[in-house]
Design a protein around this ligand. Sequence first.
Ligand code: NAD
Ligand code: 022
Ligand code: ZN
Length: 375
Amino acid sequence: MDVKAAVAFEAGKPLTVTTVQLEGPRAGEVLVEIKATGICHTDEFTLSGADPEGLFPAILGHEGAGIVREVGAGVTSVRPGDHVIPLYTPECRQCPSCLSRKTNLCTAIRATQGQGLMPDGSSRFSCEGKPIHHYMGCSTFANFTVLPEIAVAKIREDAPFDKVCYIGCGVTTGIGAVINTAKVEPGATAIVFGLGGIGLNVLQGLRLVGADMIIGVDLNNDKKAWGERFGMTHFVNPKEVGGDLVPYLVNLTKRGADQIGGADYTFDCTGNVTVMRQALEACHRGWGVSVVIGVAAAGAEIQTRPFQLVTGRVWKGSAFGGARGRTDVPRIVDWYMQGKIEIDPMITHTLPLAEINRGFDLMHAGQSIRSVVVY
Ligand code: NAD
Ligand code: 022
Ligand code: ZN
């Protein structure tokens, strides 16, 4: 069938909005009509050419929502008409990782997904007879896409696509890092580094679980008002701290009879390795947990003194907020519909597919929290 897509033909060039061919779903696959998609940093990272694993041509996009239109042989968990969110981290419930209950990183289709292919090793997209790569198993920058059954979460039908698409990446990543990865308890102190589309969701996750002191750190003073809107209690701009940031934060979080400072939990939402070190060292000796969410440049390395870990700090990472997509994503959609979490104010721009490149420009200029394309 003919579908409308924004194609990444070459690294470093804008997307081309054009018509491409899509084959129907094979066994275990579903055809989904995408109704809305967010534009996220990883799409930009790949399009820029900075991602050494980036493949071209490709149909990017991994933060979508839509409706199942057709299912392939053997598909049992969804049917035509079901509303779904595509999952770049699938949940097969059968691989050793899913069965371990210790990780959300399902391995069922991992190898082919990384090669921009469907699990049978082929692509469903083509243009003038030449195959186009899938992206992160999702390719939501097209108004129809084909996904493995294990890579869709069925959601309630009254949820608005142009808002819940953000749950496909940013919302789940931020809230999940708090609940699943850090397991923050009520009354905790926390520091969030980087108040963008991810950090704001970490803030609202911390508010949701009842953290007491929620410090936001950002170089941009405009983020103070943004942070306060999602539960931040204190704002720190590193440029305005006289002296080193870490001792300043440790002092700010001093509590208890021994007056030892440091937060119970810290989160890097910048992807900057210097910030990752600051986040680790700003957490409390003995029990502080620091979660790396930001994705650093290819080849980057993190550093600290082993003393930081020997004295009981824990350095962790989180992918897709540690969420098991088919199980957890529908619950986050319910939280949104119940008013437990907010999404609408973070979607600062809504664009038609024809203007998708403007969404990338807004991201570069730091003018958006999230831009969403509606089909
Ligand atoms: P963003 O650009 O919207 O936000 C980043 C924020 O960090 C900005 O407000 C910026 O001013 C601030 N910042 C930059 N350098 C800083 C510094 N040195 N100190 C303090 N603040 C600083 O980006 P985003 O959409 O929020 O994404 C953040 C990161 O999360 C990216 O690296 C992205 O790739 C990653 N991410 C990871 C996952 C995952 O599953 N692990 C999922 C989604 C996104
Ligand atoms: C999403 N991300 C950043 C912005 N939006 C993002 C990027 C990478 C990951 C998660 C979120 C990630 C962390 C760990 C892995 N990935 C490896 C998972 C594994 O090996 O099992 C990751 C994922 C997908 C892809 C590449 C890396 C891909 O499909 N190409 C989840
Ligand atoms: Zn993303």
